[in-house]
Design a binder for this molecule. Sequence first.
Ligand SMILES: Cc1ncc(COP(=O)(O)OP(=O)(O)O)c(N)n1
Ligand code: 3NM
Ligand code: MG
Length: 343
Amino acid sequence: MQPAVCRILDANLDRAREGLRIVEEWCRFGLNSSQFSDECKQLRQELASWHTLDLRLARDTPGDPGTELTHPQEEQRSGLGTLLQANFCRVEEALRVVEEYSKLYNPKMGAAFKQMRYRVYILESHLLGYQRHQRLAQSYLYLVTSPTEGLFHVVEAALQGGLSLVQYRDKDTADLDRLETARQLRQLCHQYGAIFLVNDRIDLALAVDADGVHLGQQDMPIAIARQLLGPQKIIGRSTTNPEEMQRAIQEGADYIGVGPVYETPTKAGKAPVGLEYIRHVAKNVSIPWFAIGGIDVNNVNEVLNAGAQRVAVVRAIVRAEQPTLVTQYFLAQLARVQPRTTP
Ligand SMILES: Cc1ncc(COP(=O)(O)OP(=O)(O)O)c(N)n1
Ligand SMILES: Cc1nc(C(=O)O)sc1CCOP(=O)(O)O
Ligand SMILES: [Mg+2]
């Protein structure tokens, strides 16, 4: 066997193992998930079983020109999501290299690495989906955007205040512009570890790889959205009464919107549901739900006193002079009504 092939296999087996270890550490210490960390460990052990002495002996680190090469992006990661994604990429690439070159070395190894690569794809998709749903469960304030000058500044200011859930809502702009805005908002949200959802449009959500969609009663049925988006993405549904609420849950919504609580010019003409429906949802719903419609810093406590633990707002943040401070105020009020978790 050519020594160069052995060196390639040796280097990529190491690369894949290192990347898996980085992912495994997060599964173990960040998520406390034995299921995900066991899968990483099994993959690492299988890798190790193919990393035979003849491959290790081919190593020539001083003669490897690649040890000096780094990319600036490797020196900094904008968040945990980017870090995990970069390492999944590294593992998948390395496995693909091993799969190809091992065909010259041991064809059985090629087949085994193809299987492993698919296992890593599945792990990545399950892990990212799990993280996304965890983040949703920890999100109490939800910013729904409206077209406004300085939208990115407003959203970034709110993210700096601790916001972790954003919906891009824009009914009238040309698709080409919406696509660009959605792309940039997604990037901004992910930089802060926040979830990014798209209102109404499954196609746009898919195009920018958003975390999911928000669908109203007149929008696409949840079952079709789920088929298009898959189980790992988030699907939210608007509801205005107990029947819609029950149906949304049965159909598999990940969260529901509950409103409008108060009359609002943002959704002119939609009759307010009032606090009675909030009380009903508070008693009957266990998935995340967000009270929405006319909520601001002056009336938020009334909504919380009726049983809401999460709220969604448009104007209260988009029109705020100081979106960071308003976000912090909302989050502080919301924190008062969160159930205490035992340490
Ligand atoms: C969180 C949240 N709740 C409700 C809505 C309203 O959705 P919909 O009824 O489809 O109305 P539009 O927003 O599409 O005008 C929402 N967007 N977000
Ligand atoms: C987008 C939207 N959906 C609603 C619903 O009840 O389904 S109320 C609403 C607008 C909320 O805007 P603001 O916070 O400015 O009142
Ligand atoms: Mg809609």
